[in-house]
Ligand binder design. Structure first.
Ligand code: DX5
Ligand code: ZN
Length: 225
């Protein structure tokens, strides 16, 4: 796959939360493709982050698509709220939803692109009967809840399997990978078939002066000389 087809979605979980507007403006200027926003409820995952009002306040700081990753229980209750706040893509967890087909339709009816995410222990076949309705599949390559964890190697197998399933649909569906993505493993992840890379610490680690170089390095899978 050509490096230029790869989209980079910095996860603002690793940004400076006291300056989120500036941080989002900076990654927008520095070459990001999506803004990845991790919403956690302290229930589905053992951490709490932000909700719709913060997302609404951030909306004016970037023209990039807001890629909203809902790590919350009962996401079906909040789809409208996130759509109104300015989400472009809303991703729910298969493990948090009983009626996945219904939630996917609710996301689309709210005017957003629909994504479904799988935690590391979930097999791809839960998507067998819905994958052709999706705009994005998100493979969690760490157990969700925190930034800065190590990539779980078995995820590569799952990415490959999902790439096959997506190609079978003959539809344009993003295959996004989230958790522990660093320059050193990008090559394997892309080779397995992913086209969107979420990265928190690997983008934000050096502060604003490093964002452009870090995003570029992730896109090519090579550290800049
Ligand atoms: C984890 C989040 C990720 C995380 C990625 O639950 O969904 O988006 O912030 O962070 P890194 O890239 O540091 O693993
Ligand atoms: Zn995420």
């Amino acid at each position: 796959m050509e490096p230029n087809n790869i989209k980079i979605a910095p996860s603002i979980l690793s940004a400076d939360f006291a300056k989120l507007g500036e941080e989002i403006a900076a990654i927008t200027k520095d070459g990001a493709d999506y803004v990845h926003i991790d919403v956690m409820d302290g229930h589905f995952v053992p951490n709490l982050t932000i909700g719709p009002c913060v997302i609404q306040s951030l909306r004016k700081h970037s023209s990039l698509p807001f890629d909203v990753h809902l790590m919350i229980s009962n996401p079906e209750l909040y789809i409208e709220d996130y759509a109104k706040a300015g989400a472009d893509i809303i991703t729910v967890h298969a493990e948090a939803v009983t009626h996945l087909d219904r939630v996917i339709h609710a996301i689309k009816d709210a005017g957003c692109k629909a994504g479904v995410s799988l935690v590391p222990s979930t097999a791809p076949d839960v998507l067998d009967y819905v994958i052709d309705q999706l705009d994005l599949v998100l493979v969690m390559s760490v157990n969700p809840g925190f930034g800065g964890q190590s990539f779980i190697g078995k995820s590569v197998e799952k990415i490959r399997e999902l790439r096959y399933m997506i190609d079978e649909t003959e539809k344009d569906i993003d295959l996004e990978v989230d958790g522990g993505v660093v320059v050193d493993n990008v090559e394997y992840i892309i080779e397995a078939g992913a086209n969107v890379l979420v990265a928190g610490s690997a983008v934000f680690k050096d502060g604003p002066s490093g964002y452009a170089a870090n995003i570029k390095a992730l896109r090519t899978g090579k550290p800049l000389a």
